[in-house]
Design a protein around this ligand. Structure first.
Ligand SMILES: O=c1ccn([C@H]2C[C@H](O)[C@@H](COP(=O)(O)O)O2)c(=O)[nH]1
Length: 371
């Protein structure tokens, strides 16, 4: 693993470096690289740019941990190509940085340095010019201000617990987030994707006006502009979940829906209605009588299971005198609503647990640059 470190000046980055070294066995990447290179034959070094060669060392020693300072966007771009790399930024509030600067200058008794705020500001401005872009794309930022060593330790341990490779669910949620960026609806940004067999992305959906009519974002929808009242009858926009189901058609069967917001209750109702009609039609293979190889092949069982859950839910709702405790009711409702296979589609909604920046560090994700 390789950690690239970028930092704002006087932010006390050495404390972080010491912790990485002493508590987590990180080695100085530059020193190790010099040693490693000395052992290489000339042809092994030929035509290789330094970051590429350094990554070669990291790959060969993938169980070791290295850290290096990242100084330019160009080198960052090269390191970003590897899953073994992550970028850590060290920052701090201005007043402790000012105090560090004053202390440094006093200790060094530097001549010609006026100990005043404007001198300090000039330093900060120059530093920002170089670092701003690199700092802003860090995977993690540690702020050192007013933190004890123990607090810093905890923060760094938490960062290092993150897997280098994204988790499957985070990755699908990330795709749903990216999909949301295509919305053409001005009221809010929603995206979702339908995934089959845990791997195949069947369709993407975002909210907006149907194709071939002017987009909501261009002022077409009276409700979203706020001219007409709230309510679906006054809105021309389709929900992301509706779009994704329309686009996927029959392929939606057996899929998991990853959605950046709690999935539309109407979709659940539609799914519920479909389930009921399937059961009533007594179609042994589910809707359309089609057998498939997906994990929901046993759709009969799933339908029964979902119906059982719904019945429990209805019983709970219809018999208030049963005096079921609030907590139990809530649990039963939640279970019927999400998480379980909901007839044909399982819903994975965006939950408060899945905080965007914890889940989707920028690590290795492509950055849109509009330059
Ligand atoms: O992958 C897709 C493509 C389109 N949609 C939906 C979203 C809009 O309601 C319409 C039209 O989209 P435009 O991008 O304006 O062509 O189709 C979708 O959900 N997923």
């Amino acid at each position: 693993m390789l950690i690239g470190i970028t930092y704002t000046i006087y932010s006390d980055k050495d404390r972080v470096i010491e912790l990485l070294k002493n508590d987590h066995n990180f080695e100085d990447g530059e020193t190790e690289f010099t040693k490693w290179k000395a052992e290489l034959k000339d042809e092994e070094k030929r035509d290789k740019k330094n970051p590429e060669l350094l990554l070669g060392m990291v790959k060969m020693n993938y169980e070791r941990k290295y850290m290096i300072e990242i100084k330019t966007e160009e080198e960052l771009h090269e390191y970003r190509k590897s899953i073994l790399f992550l970028l850590l930024a060290v920052d701090s509030a201005l007043s402790p940085r000012y105090e560090n600067w004053v202390r440094d200058n006093r200790n060094n008794q530097k001549e010609n340095v006026k100990i005043d705020v404007s001198e300090f500001m000039k330093k900060i401005d120059n530093d920002n010019k170089e670092k701003y872009k690199i700092m802003s794309v860090a995977d993690f930022t540690v702020s050192t201000d007013h933190k004890s060593n123990d607090e810093l330790k905890q923060e760094i341990s938490k960062i290092l617990k993150n897997p280098l490779r994204s988790l499957k669910e985070d990755y699908f949620m990330y795709l749903a987030e990216v999909t949301a960026s295509r919305t053409n609806c001005m009221s809010r940004k929603v995206g979702c994707i339908l995934v089959k067999d845990d791997y195949r992305v069947i369709a993407t959906g975002y909210n907006g006006a149907p194709k071939y009519i002017d987009n909501c974002i261009d002022g077409r929808c009276e409700r979203c502009k706020g001219i007409k009242e709230e309510g679906r009858d006054n809105c021309i926009c389709l929900h992301a979940e509706e779009n994704v189901l329309l686009i996927a058609g029959r392929e939606a069967e057996g899929c998991t829906l990853y959605c950046t917001t709690e999935a539309n209750k109407n979709i659940e109702k539609e799914e519920e209605a479909k389930r009921e009609s399937n059961t009533k039609n007594d179609n042994p293979k589910g809707k359309g009588g089609e057998a498939s190889n997906t994990k929901n092949d046993n759709s009969e069982d799933k339908i029964e299971e979902a119906n059982r859950e719904n019945n429990t839910k209805n019983e709970i709702e219809n018999n208030p005198e049963d005096k079921i405790e609030d907590k139990a009711r809530k649990e039963a409702e939640d279970k019927a609503k999400v998480g379980t296979v909901n007839g044909k589609i399982s819903l994975i909604p965006y939950t408060p647990k899945t905080k965007r920046f914890e889940l989707y560090p920028f690590r290795n994700m492509p950055h849109a640059t509009h330059e």
